[in-house]
Design a protein around this ligand. Structure first.
Ligand code: HEC
Ligand code: HEC
Length: 308
């Protein structure tokens, strides 16, 4: 720093470096100053209108309020509540229409269908996903819902029945009914059909004579008959002719196990457990879903399976 100002008359501060680099007293541009003062004014104004200033510590004991209220009286919780009210209003309109319409009619209404699917996803996640998987993809022991292979029928009516009343497949164990040889033949029969091969005549004869066809249907597809409405009659018996195995891992040993010990047989330790709980009506163990929820879930599951 020089002792004397080498640039007399200039509005510098008297600070110099390297002889001629110096600090001037030029004011900031006007636009900048305006913005600066406006921002301060904005800050003060905002602080008056909205909750902002913390309550001084010595006042905290007399008031629960941790900050000033603001002249507008705005609070985030109030805004949230108003928002929720609006959402509920919109939902209420949809729910009212759903209550009045049948599941078929909902399916035919694109706007309503969209709402139904979106709102059912949550319910499905809460009540169904633990067993059937979050997208209905199934779990070991729990059937896939996201395909077009149904034990009990995939029409809206049948699905509603399933959710409302629950289902419990029933297949007797054959360990005391069939010889080991016959069990092997029938397990191979199930494997052959599922892999698209012709089963032997001997196996078909056993299938018919040992009562299997009484539940699995004459052609082993699990369907006993079809009504004029297109609905199927089943007792929940698995389709043995497709590649899907109801009980994993599937294949020869798995089929043999099912044939030997059956499904839901009380007193048979190794039997397959297959109980779909009841979600509707009185006396349901889990009777937590109302009619609208069941209706919407039926539509949702129907759409997962891509219709019948
Ligand atoms: C505790 C486990 C469990 C829960 C929870 C559960 N399910 Fe199931 N569900 C099953 C089982 C097991 C079956 C197969 C029943 C059988 O084998 O006869 C089944 C069968 C079904 C079927 C029939 C599938 C077919 O192929 O015909 C539908 C539809 C279904 N469930 C929908 C639902 C919906 C919707 C929910 C939620 C509200 C739900 N399930 C909750 C275990 C469950
Ligand atoms: C009383 C009815 C009934 C009879 C009789 C019956 N089944 Fe079943 N079977 C079922 C039901 C119901 C299921 C599926 C259970 C479920 O998913 O809840 C099943 C499942 C099976 C499975 C498992 C399929 C898979 O995908 O994992 C095989 C294999 C099978 N049955 C073979 C037979 C054979 C062979 C016979 C004759 C010896 C027979 N069943 C007799 C009702 C019956």
């Amino acid at each position: 720093m020089a002792d004397e100002n080498p640039f007399p008359g200039e509005n510098n501060t008297g600070h110099f470096w390297d002889d001629n680099i110096r600090e001037l007293r030029n004011p900031p541009p006007r636009w900048w100053m305006i913005a600066f003062w406006l921002s301060i004014a904005w800050w003060v104004l905002y602080g008056l209108l909205y909750p902002m200033w913390p309550t001084p510590p010595w006042k905290l004991e007399q008031t629960e309020q941790q900050h000033t209220r603001g002249m507008l009286g705005w609070t985030s919780i109030q805004e949230y509540k108003q928002g929720m009210e609006q959402v509920e209003q919109v939902r209420g309109q949809y729910e009212e229409r759903i209550a009045q319409l049948s599941a078929d009619e909902i399916l035919a209404d694109p706007g309503l269908l969209q709402y139904t699917i979106a709102s059912s996803k949550v319910v499905f996640g809460d009540y169904c996903a633990a067993c059937h998987g979050s997208g209905g993809q199934g779990n070991p022991g729990y059937p896939v819902l996201a395909d077009n292979d149904w034990l009990w029928g995939g029409s809206l009516g049948k699905i509603t029945e399933t959710i409302t009343g629950g289902r419990k497949g029933n297949m007797i164990g054959h360990q005391n009914i069939l010889s080991e040889q016959e069990v092997d033949t029938l397990a191979q029969f199930a494997v052959d059909l599922s892999e698209g091969r012709e089963a032997s005549d001997e196996a078909w004869t056993l299938f018919n004579n040992k009562g299997c066809s009484g539940c699995h249907g004459p052609d082993a597809t699990g369907v006993l008959g079809t009504l004029p409405t297109g609905d199927v009659i089943t007792v929940g018996a698995a389709n043995l002719t497709d590649r899907l195995w109801r009980f994993r891992p599937g294949g020869f040993e798995s089929a043999k196990h099912t044939i030997l010990y059956g499904v839901n047989q009380s007193g048979v330790e190794q039997t397959r457990d297959a109980v779909m709980p009841k979600f509707g009506g009185a006396g349901s163990a889990e009777g937590r879903l109302d009619e609208n929820q069941i209706k919407k879930l039926a539509v949702y599951v129907h759409e997962l399976g891509g219709g019948l």
